[in-house]
Structures are given as structure tokens and as C-alpha cells.
Design a protein around this ligand. Structure first.
Ligand code: IVH
Length: 664
């Protein structure tokens, strides 16, 4: 089953990448949009069912379907090695014996650290200034992600005090658990594939071409080792970590010295139990010889040093009983089955329920009410049913049948084209409306203070609100007539609603709940179109021209703004005074009338920054080279667009020439 899914996922990814290339790079699409969308949603659904198979480079893990033209590759000044793993105390004792033999003495000590589950990063500081951030890649070459890591607040852009001219520091970029949960919540609301764990989320966030989006991802960093330095930096690992702290580099506080392997084992045991209390994920411990001279003596075997070992924790599981299976209705009408459990402690929290994702998943697991099940936390955070103990099943347990009617409004349900999801198709379903309103008023959207779920429940049930725009028609009398609503709190709600009228355009766009359009894509749209009116008029073609808006997003936006019901609500919103305009940031007319195509990687600039600069100076950006193109702005590793420009005799410029043109 899993193998089949794995193969299917692989083949879908290959097909999608091929069509992305044909569509975006060669401008020669071979399949209609609908077919492309079908491949995409098939992959998304499979990945949702097998989150452990999601890889950061999957087409679903991108902000949009647009292919990443890549980051510049950089060679590491010294190899970024990996670590050999152990899984038991005895294996740790074996490691210790090898160390003792290699050193010919028992006189050594260890440093025991948490193994942060993130992405290895090499930071290079020259004269105290951050000049490069590179991922591990294959160990000898990685991706230059300097722009993105500059957005991580924990990474100092300059170091304090007396530092070597060249100082390379290695460490882990990670996403705290809370940020990960929030990101996945957003993705879920936008019906995008979730990240399987914080590590994938961190890796995906680092690989975004738009550093502005990386900045929103709340990544953090711990330094844990030394790379190249122009002068010797320390004699022991412990000393180097102490020095890191002094010069402003964040070091994990849970670092312990151990004089022998039994102490090491004791520390590992303690963390195996306590790890869930941390607000970031760890997947084990790292045990390192402290003396840098002794490390030299031990050396490395192949890809891993002999002076270092990791101790990996086993995933925690718990057994519980499924008390019932509920069906919830989401804001776009998708029905999601949720299992309610006998409460059980798992990985640091009491788990009472878990999403079963969709009805195919119920079939696959064959989970029934009353069943005894094993649960695990995917990425140690999201609880999931992994196995049904069929031998313990009650003989009367009945297979769970997908509903034929919406459990809230009773309308007939429909199967999505791809067959995985079941939706309540009724536009007037109160459950959908409540979810939509909750999302609209949410902190990252219109941020309407005092308009919480309980109030929304009443507003919908009493028929006072039938769409977003009705919120702006509420008056003090209607509100004060509701339960537990005094005059003063009613006024607070009205004030919150009034205040939301001045939210920026991007927030309003995000609040509408357009499929796939969360705040990040909404910001891209707002920057491009600067008013709802203009977005309403945009064609699919215009939308796809925008960096990071792929065919799936373009179609979703276009369809939203061509639905008569949505347009009615938008008109009502505008009449009610909710009509934000994007601030104009146009700087000059220096590039007026000129069309640019940008290709390749431009050092220190993301693609969208460059495109924004072109637009800010009144130039036009196009994605394909033609005779009408005035300039091709080419960075490193520019591909077929550069060839085409040469064939057509279009003027090719580099970053320096471009900056001169705009007077920078
Ligand atoms: S030391 C040669 N220390 O684990 C050893 N690595 O599985 C250099 N990691 O690629 C790495 N926490 O990304 C070290 N405290 C820690 C670590 C750590 C997490 C990661 C690192 C490495 C991977 C190996």
C-alpha cells in the first residue's frame, strides 16, 4: 500500500515538474489547465494521506506551482559531515569503547547536546559581518540561502567584540512547534498540503525564493559547531560554545559536560522523557568529544566523524479507544471525519481527538467506533491513528459509512472531482458560514476584536448575519438583544468591526477565504493589483504572469471573482465602506514603456524583489522572451530564456547594469 503510494507520488511529481517546465520555461504547455490541476490535487491528496512521504522539494510544498530557478550553489570550506546514529545504551557503550581505543586513553570528556530537528546551516562571518548562509546540500556543496537566513532574527547580521576575520559557524535552523502548528493551520484553511513535521517546514521555508515569505515563517537558530576560522578560536568544544554566546550567537542552553559514557546515558534518558516540554522538536541527542585535539586524533570515517555520535529517540505511541467518529464541516464545505478518543497521554499532552483526514483514510485504516487503536504524533505534534487493533474489535462494530447528507444543514453531499473529499454543496449551510466568519474575523485576517466563535454562533443561528458584509450592518440594538451581551460589550464588538474597515487590502483578500489564498499570496496579489476592482477584472493569463501565482492559484482567484454570489458580497462590502487600497510605492518612470524578462539567480535579490523594483520604476515584467522584450536581466545559471534572447537579439543586461538604470 505504502510502496504503491510512494511510487505514485514519485511519478506524479515527475509529471508535474515536466509540465511546469513546459509551461513556464519553454512556454509550450502540453496539457490543459484542468489536467494539470488534477495531477496536482492527486499528489496533494496522496501526500495528505502519507505525510511522512512529503519532501520539501515536492511541487506541493511551494508557495505556488512556479518552478524554483534555484539558488546559487556554494562549496563549503570544510565538509559538512553527518553523524552516525545509535538507538540504545549498549550502542553508546560500543561507541565509547571505539573512542577509548582510538585515543589510547580513558582520559577524555563528552559534551551532550540536544539534537535539534531542523536544517543544518553554515554561516560565514567575515570581519564580523554575515556574508553567507548555506545549506548542507550534499555535504561539500550547498545552496546559498543568505537572503532568507538574513530574515531569521536569532541569526546576528554582525558579531560583537573581537572575532577572527573569518569565522564559520554551523548550527541548526529550526521552526518552533508553535510556529509549525500555526503554519499548518493556515495551510489547512487554504486547503494546501500540510508540512509533515517542523523540519520539513523549516527546509521548505528556507527554500522560498521570496525572502519576505521566509521572514513570516518564524524560524530560529542554534549554533553548535565551528567551521573554518582564520585564527584558532578555541581548544575545546565547550569553550567555542561559550565564545559563541559572548559574540552574540545563540547556543542551546541545555548543554551538559559528561565525564564518562554512563553519565552520557543518564542525560539521554532524562531528555527522552522530558523532550516534549521543549518548545522546539528534538529527535535525539548528540554526543561529542570535547577536546578539539582529541577530535583530530580520532578523525572521520567516510561521511561521519569518529568523535561524535547521535542517540535517536523512538517515536512515542499510545493505545486508546475510539469513542465516536464525528463529521465536521469546514469553511468550504469539506466534511472531515474526526475520531474522539478515550483521553490518553502522548508525547507530553493529553490527546482526545485526531483528524481522520477523509473517508478514504477511514476505509484504508478500517477504523470503526469502539475500536482500540494505536496513535502516534506525526512529527511529534499532530496526533494520528496509525493502526487499528482488529483482534480487539467488538463483534458488532459496524464499518463507518460516509454521510450522504451534511450533518449540519442536511443538504445532499457531493464528491469532489478527485473523489477524495466529500463536500456539503449548500451555499447557505450555517456550519460553513460560521467557519467562514470565524476565519474572516481571525487574527491574521480582518482581526476583529471581540467577535469570537460563541458570538458568531449566535449571529448565524439568529439569522442576523448571512455573509461577511452583514457584519458591517449590525447595530447596537441587534447585538444587545443577544444572550450574554450587555450594551458595553455590544459597543466593543461594533468598535472592533468598525476598526477592521481600515485593514489593508491583503488582509481583506486573505479574509475572503478564496481557495489557496492565505495572507502570503494575498500580499502578492495586493502588491500587483492595488484594489479589489482591479483584481476582479484580472484574467487567468494576467494572474499567471505574476511570480508565485501558478495555474492552480490563478484559476482559483479567477473563479472566485466570477461567481455571482461572491461578487454580490464584495459589492455589499464596498458599499459598507470596506474597500482598502494598496499604497502606491511607485518611485519613478525610469523604466516606463520597457518590458523586462528576469532569468537566473541574482545575488542578494529575490526574484520578486527585482520584479517589484522593475514595477516601482514603471517597467513591465514578462515571463517569456519575445521580440517585444526590451531587456533580459540575467543572473547566474540563466537557462533557455538567455538563449532565446541571444537568438532574437534582445539586449541582455546584468544586475549591475540594471541597478544603474534605476539609479541605485
Ligand atoms: S553537530 C559532524 N550538533 O544533526 C557533526 N548536529 O544527523 C556536525 N544536528 O547534519 C553536527 N543538532 O543538522 C550537531 N547539537 C547538534 C545538532 C546537530 C542537530 C543535526 C545536524 C546534522 C544532523 C546529523
Amino acid at each position: 500500500m505504502k510502496l504503491a503510494a510512494e511510487q505514485k507520488i514519485k511519478s506524479l511529481r515527475q509529471q508535474i515538474r515536466k509540465h511546469d517546465y513546459l509551461y513556464y520555461v519553454l512556454n509550450q504547455p502540453r496539457i490543459p489547465d484542468q489536467k494539470y490541476d488534477k495531477l496536482f490535487s492527486e499528489l496533494k491528496n496522496l501526500e495528505q494521506r502519507h505525510p511522512e512521504l512529503i519532501t520539501p522539494d515536492s511541487p506541493t510544498q511551494r508557495v505556488s506551482g512556479r518552478p524554483i530557478e534555484g539558488f546559487e550553489q556554494v562549496k563549503h570550506s570544510s565538509e559538512m559531515l553527518s553523524i552516525d546514529n545509535t538507538y540504545s545504551a549498549d550502542e553508546l557503550r560500543d561507541f565509547d569503547q571505539r573512542v577509548a581505543k582510538g585515543l589510547g586513553t580513558k582520559n577524555y570528556s563528552y559534551i551532550v547536546e540536544l539534537k535539534i530537528d531542523g536544517v543544518a546551516m553554515s554561516l560565514r562571518y567575515e570581519k564580523g559581518l554575515l556574508v553567507l548562509g548555506a545549506t548542507r546540500g550534499d555535504g561539500s556543496k550547498g545552496d546559498n540561502v543568505t537572503n532568507n537566513i538574513r530574515t531569521i532574527k536569532a541569526i546576528p547580521l554582525s558579531l560583537d567584540g573581537d572575532v577572527p576575520d573569518v569565522l564559520e559557524v554551523r548550527g541548526e535552523v529550526y521552526m518552533p512547534k508553535k510556529a509549525f502548528e500555526k503554519l499548518n493551520e493556515e495551510k489547512e484553511q487554504q486547503e494546501q498540503a500540510l508540512f509533515a513535521n517542523p523540519r520539513n517546514a523549516a527546509a521548505g521555508s528556507l527554500k522560498l525564493l521570496d525572502a519576505k515569505i521566509t521572514a513570516q515563517r518564524k524560524l530560529s537558530f542554534f549554533a553548535y559547531s565551528l567551521g573554518q576560522t582564520s585564527i584558532p578560536f578555541a581548544k575545546t568544544h565547550y569553550e567555542s560554545l561559550e565564545k559563541f554566546k559572548k559574540i552574540g550567537l545563540p547556543v542551546n542552553p541545555n548543554i551538559k559536560k559528561a565525564d564518562n559514557i554512563e553519565q552520557v546515558i543518564e542525560i539521554c534518558d532524562q531528555w527522552e522523557k522530558r523532550r516534549f516540554k521543549l518548545d522546539y522538536q528534538i529527535d535525539g541527542m548528540v554526543i561529542k568529544i570535547d577536546s578539539l585535539d582529541q577530535r583530530e586524533i580520532l578523525g572521520a570515517t567516510g561521511r561521519a566523524p569518529r568523535w561524535c555520535i547521535s542517540y535517536k529517540f523512538a517515536a512515542e505511541q499510545a493505545k486508546t479507544k475510539v469513542l465516536s467518529i464525528d463529521v465536521q464541516v469546514g469553511k468550504t464545505g469539506i466534511l472531515t471525519p474526526v475520531a474522539n478518543f478515550e483521553p490518553v497521554l502522548l508525547a507530553g499532552t493529553t490527546v482526545k481527538r485526531a483528524s481522520l483526514h477523509n473517508f478514504d483514510e477511514i476505509d484504508r485504516l478500517d477504523v470503526r467506533e469502539g475500536d482500540t487503536v494505536m496513535i502516534e504524533k506525526a512529527g511529534e505534534i499532530i496526533p494520528q491513528v496509525i493502526e487499528v487493533k482488529k483482534e480487539q474489535r467488538h463483534k458488532d462494530a459496524k464499518p463507518f459509512r460516509p454521510p450522504v447528507k451534511c450533518p449540519v444543514c442536511g443538504s445532499k453531499v457531493q464528491k469532489d472531482e478527485d473523489g477524495v473529499y466529500i463536500r456539503c454543496a449548500s451555499p447557505s449551510c450555517p456550519a460553513q458560514l460560521k467557519e467562514k466568519l470565524r476565519y474572516f474575523a481571525g487574527r491574521d485576517q480582518m482581526d476583529i476584536e471581540n467577535l469570537g466563535p460563541a458570538l458568531i454562533e449566535q449571529l448565524v443561528d439568529k439569522g442576523l448575519v448571512q455573509d461577511f458584509a452583514d457584519l458591517y450592518k449590525l447595530d447596537i440594538f441587534a447585538l444587545a438583544s443577544l444572550e450574554r451581551m450587555a450594551q458595553k460589550s455590544a459597543q466593543n464588538v461594533l468598535d472592533g468591526i468598525e476598526k477592521s474597515k481600515s485593514q489593508p487590502l491583503a488582509r481583506l483578500l486573505a479574509a475572503l477565504g478564496i481557495r489557496h489564498i492565505g495572507i502570503q499570496n494575498a500580499e502578492i496579489l495586493a502588491r500587483q493589483f492595488d484594489s479589489i476592482e482591479k483584481i476582479k477584472k484580472a484574467t487567468v493569463e494576467e494572474l499567471t504572469q505574476i511570480e508565485q501565482i501558478g495555474p492552480v492559484l490563478a484559476k482559483s482567484i479567477y473563479e472566485y471573482f466570477h461567481d455571482s454570489n461572491n461578487l454580490k458580497i464584495i459589492d455589499k462590502l464596498i458599499t459598507a465602506g470596506v474597500n482598502p487600497k494598496q499604497k502606491q510605492t511607485k518611485h519613478s518612470d525610469k523604466l516606463a514603456g520597457k518590458t523586462f524578462v528576469v532569468t537566473g539567480t541574482l545575488e542578494n535579490f529575490s526574484r520578486s524583489q527585482i520584479e517589484q523594483a522593475i514595477k516601482d520604476n514603471s517597467g513591465k515584467v514578462s515571463s517569456s522572451v519575445s521580440k517585444k522584450t526590451d531587456y533580459v536581466l540575467a543572473g547566474t545559471e540563466a537557462g533557455s530564456k538567455l538563449d532565446k534572447a541571444q537568438q532574437l537579439g534582445v539586449k541582455i543586461i546584468d544586475k549591475k547594469q540594471f541597478l544603474e538604470m534605476i539609479g541605485k
